[in-house]
Design a protein around this ligand. Sequence first.
Ligand code: 5GP
Length: 181
Amino acid sequence: MRSLEPKLRPLIGPEQIRQRIRELAQEIRRDYAQQYPVLVGVLKGAFVFLADLVRELRIPVECDFVKISSYGKNTETSGQITLQLDTTIPLAGRHVLVVEDIVDTGLTTAWLIEHLKKKTPASLRVCALLDKPARRRLEVPIDYVGFRIPDRFVVGYGIDCAEAFRELDYIGYVAQEETAP
Ligand code: 5GP
């Protein structure tokens, strides 16, 4: 039962997302031409973004994934980061681009950067579909940003709330409880 649905408000529509991904892909294609980069998608939230991004890139890439848990079933980060799945492609000497859904406090991305650095890639950059700078606790470099968004809890386009809403083709936010008149 998806009891939150009536409170969902649209934030970024499907055409806006498509257009921005085309622009990001153009930038990334230019920066990584001839480099055969490895895109490391952060599961689960980035799976839709990564799938659309690689098809817009039109350069050869390899894809790998990590799965990190930092959020429980609520909307606050626990600060406790657990690696549930690591990359399998050897990253030493490779050009690595991390593909994230959202950078919020920055704790997850900062942790992941340190983790991947140990694998001695030739270069390491970050691409995030959404950047929520209002709640940043650690400064992390984000080389490619899809959209900068206000401090709202968002869902859709791969991003969930307790596993629901990943299938939405738009990004919406959960509106505050409306008070009864
Ligand atoms: P950070 O470590 O930067 O605080 O959080 C990164 C992760 O928290 C994201 O990859 C995402 O899974 C989750 N997260 C942050 N903000 C939101 C949000 O607004 N909605 C959802 N569903 N997850 C979020």
